[in-house]
Design a protein around this ligand. Structure first.
Ligand code: ADP
Ligand code: MG
Length: 587
């Protein structure tokens, strides 16, 4: 089985050679040569094989290297392809997401498209309507344009006419200017005449007032009020014989009738005449109409005194101030329909002053209470403004005028300040310790408004109001009222001595009721039978006061009298010639 060449190649080769040489068992030399030769051939062959094999090896190595390189290359390519694959997978994923988004977007777009389609169709309809409107507007515009053109033509025509007219007017204006110049001249003449007439009117007014007497007495009968009934049952009030029966009757503007026929009493049936009688229905306004001319007199330089006289409850406060409550007295800064003489007079005074040149006048106010024959300054104040009930003295100066040294005067600029001061003064009157229990009927309230005016001629004015509360059995009030009566009596009889100094009230009012001052006494009466005695007393006082004007019509004095509180000396010290006048109110 085993190949003999593989076991002993050299021996096998010798045998071969000997067989060929026919000497299967020749001598060894030839065999050796043959072997040597074979060996050489074998060697050469082996060398050749070796060379070929090496060549082949190198080839194979090269191929191997090439393959290895190729493998590396392929691996690299493979890696790259893997990368690409991963990338592609990523992009596929992105693309998928994008596609989803795009799908959604597409859906939205489709919806929008759908809506837009609807809107578009609506818009188309709108556009159609608008087009129609535009068409009609266009035709309207055309019409308007035609009309405008026509109007322009007409306006142009008018303009031409107006220009012509203007030309004519310019000529007229020139003529008118000439006339205006002439008119200006005549206006100056008329103004001169007007001033002369005004002065004449002033003189006539004063003459009229003087003719009516410097003391006038009016009577006011107030309406019946619930409290007049006293103890009467309300339903039975005003029946004959009861306390509330009306016994005082207004007859006409100058006459009042007192008729009382009460069983068991003296019968009364008396007529009284006054300069003016006001009925219960007469308003505050109609009453003030009678007072108004006195305010003109104040600015003409006269002292004016308005005095309300009557028993408690007869209407003095109502007449002088207006409706009021005892606890809380205040005057409104706004004009009120039913306000009394003082607020109306304050406003009227400033209305009259507003017609005068500015800076020519100054106004001041004093408020005093005459209580138990003592003068109490209701405007007095210390630094805290808390002083109450400061007493003042009254003196007679060398010229015979009355004067209250240290009396407080407050300067005022408008009616509101006057009314605020009065409200303040009256509230202090209520708080006053000595008066806290005293009813106002036991004291007199004297409000004086003093106007100082710079004048070229001597001029005086003033306003006084006296509200006399009557007939309480209080000795001081009776004394001051009888002193007032005595003063008026002395004036009526033209006695040389007038007893002003018998009471503080008459002393204080000396300038306002004596001399050439104008005095208005308003006698207030209640119509009720309950007050008959007191009403008869008041009417009697009024009648006596009226005698004064009958007895003597006094002429205005050209002398400036000294005023209450020594204001004249103060004015003199300022070195200006001034007129000083008072408006006084007494209650
Ligand atoms: P006096 O001051 O004299 O004591 P009042 O003025 O206080 O009296 O008047 C007493 C009451 O009568 C008040 O309630 C007042 O309002 C009322 N009164 C007075 N006169 C009139 C009038 N003419 N019209 C309406 N009420 C009046
Ligand atoms: Mg009163």
């Amino acid at each position: 089985m085993t190949d003999p060449r593989a076991r002993a190649p050299a021996v096998w080769a010798i045998r071969q050679v000997e067989r060929r040489a026919g000497r299967p068992h020749g001598d060894g030399r030839l065999v050796l040569v043959a072997i040597r030769y074979n060996l050489r051939r074998e060697l050469a062959f082996g060398m050749e094989v070796k060379r070929l094999l090496e060549l082949r090896l190198r080839q194979l190595e090269r191929t191997l290297r090439g393959k290895e390189e190729r493998i590396v290359q392929l691996e690299t390519e493979n890696a790259l392809l893997h990368l690409k694959l991963a990338k592609c997978r990523g992009s596929v994923k992105d693309s998928k997401e994008e596609t989803t988004c795009l799908r959604r977007h597409l859906e939205d777009v489709r919806n929008i498209q759908k809506n837009t389609g609807c809107q578009l169709s609506q818009l188309f309809a709108g556009v159609k309507v608008l087009k129609q409107e535009l068409k009609s507007l266009h035709s309207l515009a055309m019409d308007l344009s035609d009309q405008f053109q026509e109007k322009c033509k007409a306006t142009l025509k008018e303009f031409l006419t107006v220009t012509e007219k203007q030309h004519l007017l310019t000529i007229d204006t020139n003529n008118l200017q000439g006339q205006v110049f002439q008119l200006g001249k005549s206006l100056q003449e008329v103004s001169g005449k007007y001033t002369a007439e005004k002065n004449k009117r002033k003189m006539l007014h004063n003459a009229l007032i003087e003719l009516r007497g410097n003391i006038r007495v009016h009577c006011r009968v107030r309406p019946s009020l619930p409290f007049d009934s006293g103890n009467d049952a309300t339903s039975l009030s005003k029946r004959p014989g009861t306390a509330s029966e009306r016994v005082i009757h207004w007859i006409d503007d100058e006459t009042v009738h007192v008729k009382c026929n009460r069983p068991g009493h003296t019968m009364v049936n008396k007529m009284f005449q006054f300069d003016r009688v006001y009925s219960p229905g007469d308003s505050q306004e109609s009453m003030f109409e009678e007072v108004r001319p006195l305010l003109t007199s104040v600015l003409d330089g006269y002292n004016v005194c308005i005095m309300a006289y009557g028993q408690t409850g007869s209407g003095k406060t109502y007449t002088m101030f207006g409706p009021h409550s005892k606890e809380n007295f205040s005057l409104s800064s706004e004009p009120q329909f039913d306000e009394g003489i003082i607020p109306k007079a304050a406003r009227e005074l400033y209305r009259l002053l507003s017609n005068k040149p500015l800076e020519t006048h100054s106004v001041k106010v004093s408020i005093v209470e005459v209580y138990n024959n003592e003068i109490i300054d209701l405007l007095a104040k210390d630094n805290d403004g808390t002083v109450l009930g400061v007493k003042r003295d009254i003196l007679t100066t060398v010229t015979g005028a009355s004067k209250v040294p240290w009396l407080t005067y407050e300067h005022v600029e408008n009616p509101t300040s006057i009314l605020n001061l009065i409200t303040h003064g009256l509230q202090r009157r209520i708080k006053h310790p000595t008066l806290v229990h005293a009813h106002s009927s036991r004291s007199h309230l004297v409000i004086t408004i003093t106007i100082t005016t710079k004048v070229s001629a001597v001029n005086r004015s003033g306003m006084s109001g006296v509200t006399g509360t009557a007939l309480r059995e209080t000795s001081f009030i009776n004394r001051s009222l009888s002193a007032l009566s005595d003063v008026l009596g002395a004036l009526a009889e033209q006695r040389s001595h007038v007893p002003y100094r018998n009471s503080k009230l008459t002393h204080l009012l000396q300038d306002s009721i004596g001399g050439d001052a104008k005095l208005l006494v308003i006698v207030c009466v209640s119509p009720a039978q309950k007050y008959t005695t007191e009403s008869l007393q008041s009417l009697g006082f009024g009648t006596r006061a009226r005698q004064v004007q009958k007895g003597h019509i006094r002429k205005k004095s050209p002398v400036i009298p000294e005023n209450i509180g020594g204001r004249s000396s103060q004015n003199k010290s300022q070195g200006t010639q001034r007129s000083v006048s008072n408006f006084t109110s007494v209650q």
